[in-house]
Design a protein around this ligand. Structure first.
Ligand SMILES: [Zn+2]
Length: 200
């Protein structure tokens, strides 16, 4: 199912040497017959896996929601900050403008992205949500297509595995109004539009 969805979204197999999908190694490409136009660029994005120390030890969550953030700083700066135990901040995934991303914890880890928060009577949204952060300020700079599609690539298997509906993809501001304003409604809308094309 997931493979079929990913194929619909990313119809071109990644070329040898391209960053690999986290789920499966790319098949070796068949040599193209003479005169065949060169294939479209790969839509697979480089994923680096790291382990943030900023998770609740010994605790696992069953995620029912996705919380969207942005970090006004740089991609590398955000990754470093989330790997620093001093910061006590982490996301499950940080996505750069060019689509490359760093996954800092598995979906069932309790990361520290939401802070004081509540949604529909449930407090402490870190207990039941996955935090995804885009590089940059999504109010002043609209998301790039690469940033959106990388988020789709990361989220689609998670939405499937945990049966998370699209309506449960929220902005940080939704769960911490008055305290946080990320990400922009436009960024959320762009992601949802891309997901609706491929999600069940
Ligand atoms: Zn945030």
């Amino acid at each position: 199912m997931i493979l079929a969805l990913l194929r619909r979204l990313f119809p071109v197999s990644p070329a040898v040497g391209a960053p690999s999908s986290p789920t499966a190694p790319p098949p070796a490409p068949k040599p193209a017959p003479a005169g065949t136009p060169s294939p479209a660029p790969s839509r697979y994005y480089q994923q680096t896996n790291r382990h943030t120390p900023n998770i609740s030890p010994g605790r696992t969550i069953y995620p029912t929601h996705i919380i969207l953030h942005h970090s006004s700083g740089s991609y590398n700066g955000s990754v470093s900050w989330c790997l620093d135990p001093i910061s006590k901040v982490s996301y499950h995934c940080i996505i750069a403008r060019n689509g490359k991303r760093t996954v800092l914890a598995p979906p069932t880890a309790r990361t520290w992205h939401a802070g004081v928060s509540s949604w529909q009577g449930r407090k402490n949204c870190n207990d039941f949500s996955i935090g995804v952060s885009w590089e940059g300020d999504t109010y002043t700079t609209p998301l790039s297509e690469d940033a959106i599609l990388s988020a789709v690539e990361y989220l689609l298997p998670i939405l499937e595995d945990f049966d998370i509906p699209l309506k449960n993809i929220l902005r940080h501001e939704d769960i911490a109004p008055g305290r946080k304003e990320d990400c922009s409604p436009a960024a959320q809308s762009a992601l949802l539009a891309a997901l609706r094309k491929v999600a069940p």
